[in-house]
Design a protein around this ligand. Structure first.
Ligand SMILES: [Zn+2]
Length: 287
């Protein structure tokens, strides 16, 4: 059996954590992978950093933690076992849920992080997207060259980075294109190098950074299916403009329509919307 060391490495007796210590003073930076078990790009980034980048350029300062979040869902090639790990960080502990148990053991470690980046991929989009708290919007534009940046009031979201931003700490997310897409990995890893260089964990290098016009969207509403018959009214992918009062989905007898007015986009549509998970989100375009 081949085991991935990033799943078995331990820190303070907790599996799935690989510590890389520069030996120099500095902050704790956490890179997070497989918060959703079927989004494996973060583990590929871990291997790339350890085997290629850090051999050439030792970590300049502080400690780097590579954290594999949802171990069991990864082993079962599933997004999650009982609960979406990226929506429960603000919920009361449920001892019967695998994700609550695993997050319970990881929270003391996440609290040690000063800066966090959670690495994801999409089920239905090739976009490379950065996610940040509304107060870090300008900084995110400096760090990332992604075509899209999503801003949100993260602490209310129940997401992992929402948990990691409390107490003035910084946390970001990155979506690296479609699940298992080699191009998503190639473009995502460049953004993760941008991140490590921005915070001076790696030396600046001369890779050409192409910063195009960046689209900035603010999270407005989650689209939540309540029946098995939830269907989008057309093929949505990436970020799609919605007209005012446009019906974008039907769910049994219920019509979902854009009542939020102008400049509204439907983003991150799920490929197979399910009752126990969001089907996508509505965003307001800011830039
Ligand atoms: Zn994800």
């Amino acid at each position: 059996m081949i085991t991935n060391p990033f799943l078995t490495n331990q820190y303070k007796n907790i599996s799935g954590i690989t510590l890389i210590d520069s030996g120099n003073p500095g902050k704790n930076l956490g890179l997070l992978a497989i918060t959703h078990g079927n989004e494996t790009v973060g583990l590929k980034v871990f291997a790339y950093l350890k085997q290629e980048i850090l051999k050439k350029h030792p970590l300049q300062q502080g400690k780097l933690f590579l954290i594999a979040m949802n171990l069991l869902a990864y082993e079962e090639h599933r997004r999650f076992i009982d609960d979406n790990m990226n929506r429960i960080s603000n919920q009361a502990y449920k001892s019967t849920s695998y994700e609550h148990q695993r997050l319970g053991e990881l929270k003391p470690i996440l609290r040690e992080m000063d800066i966090t980046l959670d690495i994801h991929s999409f089920s239905n989009s090739h976009d490379i997207v950065a996610i940040c708290d509304i107060q870090n919007r300008e900084k995110a534009k400096q760090i990332f060259t992604t075509e899209t940046i999503l801003v949100d009031n993260l602490e209310q979201s129940g997401s992992i980075i929402g948990y990691c931003t409390r107490k003035q700490k910084e946390a970001y997310g990155i979506e690296c294109g479609l699940h298992d897409d080699p191009e998503g990995f190639e473009r995502g890893k460049e953004e993760i190098l941008n991140f490590l260089e921005y915070y001076q964990y790696l030396p600046p290098n001369n890779r050409k950074k192409e910063r195009k016009q960046q689209n900035i969207y603010q999270f407005r509403e989650k689209i939540q299916p309540i029946t098995k018959d939830f269907k989008f009214t057309r093929d949505f992918s990436g970020f799609s403009y919605l007209k005012e009062n446009e019906v974008f989905a039907k769910d049994g007898d219920i019509e979902h329509k854009n009542t939020l007015g102008k400049n509204i986009y439907l983003g991150i549509p799920a490929k197979e919307p399910r009752v126990n998970d969001s089907a996508g989100f509505l965003f307001k375009k800011l830039e």
